[in-house]
Design a protein around this ligand. Structure first.
Ligand SMILES: *[C@@H]1O[C@H](CO)[C@@H](O)[C@H](O)[C@H]1NC(C)=O
Ligand SMILES: *[C@@H]1O[C@H](CO)[C@@H](O)[C@H](O)[C@H]1NC(C)=O
Ligand SMILES: *[C@@H]1O[C@H](CO)[C@@H](O)[C@H](O)[C@H]1NC(C)=O
Ligand SMILES: *[C@@H]1O[C@H](CO)[C@@H](O)[C@H](O)[C@H]1NC(C)=O
Length: 389
């Protein structure tokens, strides 16, 4: 039994998805009036952005992605649409069929989120949203597309703690809603989606480990004074990894230790309406540094300290800043609306390099290095692998 488990784990490692494709993408709201379809696709192709997350997708926008080669994730956030697809199965099916048909099935849609941070922002809608998740998944199955992930995106506000990651749990305040959501995700073998903003942890200033060096990926994993989780002995060089592993810990404590993860949003504001004092250049600099480091970091590390062999896709929020007219109708404007990597007129705020270098996996995530058990397991698996051939 152990051998088979070991075989499975090692095969997983051998066939770990290549990082060549690029795990980091960028999100955009299809209804933002600064997003002109043709120009947007041109920009995405020119910058060589490998993934886009389209918020409130329109059929026009999806069809404009045909032939672009980007991997596409969709996020349904408009409240009327959420209500419709969560309460009317026929309508959900029509909605999905329209979107998929508009792409002629030649757009690579990898995942669809139904609702964004609903448990925290609009808790009354959670039942409808979860029904929507099921309706959309069934519609996709009906269309012969069972491989598209259907999930709902969550807020880090539901998780208590950042460091040490192993101590994190879901906040009791949200436990009943989250338990219902997790049951559905588990049944359909769907990853957990979450928005992770190290900026917010850093600004809150409550966690010593979330200082600027750790927030900005400036710590060398070999640094002797690096933060070590006392319970696991794992070494943490970034707040992003602390937040990811905290999420994994919370999931494990809720009984879902194998659930996958997708980061549906991260970023650093190019303007914070609540904080004065930084010039536009300073803000752009910080935002540019953070975004570039996320691209480099996520694409070059083999996984997090807790799950060193699992690649996780990440979406930068967003291509342009939110349109203030739209933003104000829904929720208050916060710094999260000001994270666009280019200006509203598609001028670059800073240089970005989206090319990905393939880096051989560093076994053990920078900890003590591979254990003897790992090697034994690895070679045994190769042996069994050939035996099976
Ligand atoms: C559900 O949606 C369909 C298709 O849009 C519509 O014809 C039908 O009247 C709706 N049903 C209800 C109960 O609203
Ligand atoms: C679609 O994207 C997935 C990654 O999400 C990739 O594994 C797959 O090869 C892509 N399919 C096509 C047809 O490009
Ligand atoms: C789903 O739940 C079952 C039973 O609790 C468990 O064995 C399995 O590992 C879970 N799957 C995930 C992805 O967490
Ligand atoms: C972009 O990044 C890649 C991989 O990290 C590197 O090989 C390339 O030289 C960089 N390009 C520029 C213009 O800096």
């Amino acid at each position: 039994m152990e051998i088979f488990l070991c075989l499975a784990v090692s095969l997983l490692f051998l066939f770990r998805p290549s990082t060549g494709q690029g795990l980091v993408g960028v999100s955009l709201r299809a209804t933002n009036h600064y997003i002109e379809q043709g120009k947007t696709i041109e920009l995405i192709n020119m910058m060589k952005i490998p993934r886009v997350r389209v918020i409130d997708p329109t059929t026009e926008f999806i069809s404009s992605l045909i032939g672009s080669g980007v991997i596409v994730s969709l996020s349904v956030e408009d409240e009327d649409t959420l209500t419709l697809i969560g309460t009317n199965k026929t309508a959900a099916c029509d909605y999905v069929r329209n979107l998929i048909a508009s792409s002629g099935r030649s757009v690579n849609i990898s995942s669809i989120s139904i609702g964004d941070e609903i448990i925290v922002k609009k808790p009354k809608l959670i039942k409808t949203v979860l029904k929507g998740v099921e309706n959309v998944r069934e519609s996709l199955e009906g269309l012969g597309l069972p491989g598209v992930v259907v999930s709902t995106s969550h807020s880090y506000d539901m998780i208590d703690g950042v460091f040490p990651p192993s101590a994190s749990t879901f906040s009791p305040k949200y436990l009943s809603e989250i338990t219902t959501a997790l049951k559905i995700l588990n049944r359909t073998n769907t990853p957990f989606q979450i928005e992770l903003y190290p900026y917010e942890i850093y600004k809150a200033g409550k966690v010593a480990e979330a200082n600027i060096k750790y927030t900005m990926f400036e710590v060398d994993v070999k640094d002797e004074s690096i933060y070590i989780d006392p319970a696991t002995g794992l070494r943490y060089a970034s707040v992003l990894d602390m937040m990811i592993d905290s999420t994994f810990s919370a999931l494990a404590k809720a009984g879902y230790g194998n659930m996958g993860l997708e980061i549906t949003g991260t970023g650093w504001p190019n303007w914070n309406p609540d904080i004065d004092g930084l010039t536009t250049e300073e803000n752009d600099f910080m935002s540019g540094e953070y975004n570039q480091r996320v691209i480099n970091f996520v694409n070059s590390r083999p996984g997090t300290p807790l799950r060193p062999y699992e690649s996780i896709s990440v979406y930068l929020n967003g291509l342009v800043n939110d349109d203030p007219v739209e933003a104000s109708s829904e929720t208050a404007i916060t710094y999260r609306s000001f994270m666009g990597i280019v200006t509203n007129y598609f001028k670059h705020r800073y240089n970005m390099n989206w090319s990905v270098v393939k880096v051989p996996p560093v076994i053990g995530g920078g900890a003590a290095g591979p254990s003897a058990t790992f090697f034994l397991c690895f070679f045994l698996s190769i042996f069994f692998f050939f035996l099976l051939l």
